[in-house]
Design a protein around this ligand. Sequence first.
Ligand SMILES: Nc1ncnc2c1ncn2[C@@H]1O[C@H](COP(=O)(O)OP(=O)(O)OP(=O)(O)O)[C@@H](O)[C@H]1O
Length: 273
Amino acid sequence: MPADPRSAATPPAARARALSKVYGTGEATVRALDAVDIDFAAGAFTAIMGPSGSGKSTLMHLLAGLDTASSGQAFLGATEITGLDDGALTRLRRDRVGFVFQQFNLLPMFTAEQNILLPLELAGLPREARARAAAKAASREWFDTLVATLGLADRLTHRPAELSGGQQQRVAIARALIAKPDVVFADEPTGNLDSRSGAEVLSFLRRSVRELGRTVIMVTHDPAAAAYADRVVLLADGAIAGDISEPTPESVLAGLDALRSLDGSVLDTAAAR
Ligand SMILES: Nc1ncnc2c1ncn2[C@@H]1O[C@H](COP(=O)(O)OP(=O)(O)OP(=O)(O)O)[C@@H](O)[C@H]1O
């Protein structure tokens, strides 16, 4: 078992080294990710952008331990994910990673509060029960902080069907943060929201980084959403094609336009307008 990452000299929260994912064989081969090297700093909000099919989801899934690499290495803190067996990957996802999805993925029969606390209920073996109970008690203060930050105090007894999309996504964010995971991966978190609810959710993700010290890596198609991040990583054809710090919607759009002109599809884009 690798050492506790917190005892090492603050490695990046997530890291890829020559990370590749190849689907299919022969003529049907798709190189979804092609020898990617990248670091994601702890305590930062990073957005991953790029054209459809550029490898964004593949990179996120490999970094989160949701999929296996064809070659290369992925690290979560000091832990090399590539090479972990299924059991270790399951524990890693449960204990050290939080997820926010486009579809919210809340349990419909549970209240908002029960949904938020779910990750603390799920963990492990009977012999861990006492440690779990202690962790839960310690988490009460963190729960209250999250609920206050996300503006959910008067919604805790509601079931998902009784909440707006924006409220459901805020519950999903609280659930992703409750166990203080090393990294929260957000996959198109505003894809199902109107622009006002989307802006609220993005503000909360940014506050969770700036005020609560968390680490967020988000895939998005939306330049305005990406501009909430501290950094935007651009992917094209499975490779890193750009890196923008302190992004604005304009700088992100300019970066995406540069990608299109690089691959010669600028005319297609202009024609589509
Ligand atoms: N299970 C699979 N089998 C075969 N090819 C796949 C599979 N999953 C992804 N791909 C291919 O790998 C490439 C990268 O896919 P990926 O989903 O990572 O892109 P993306 O940037 O997230 O795209 P989008 O923005 O459309 O969601 C694409 O060419 C895709 O068709």
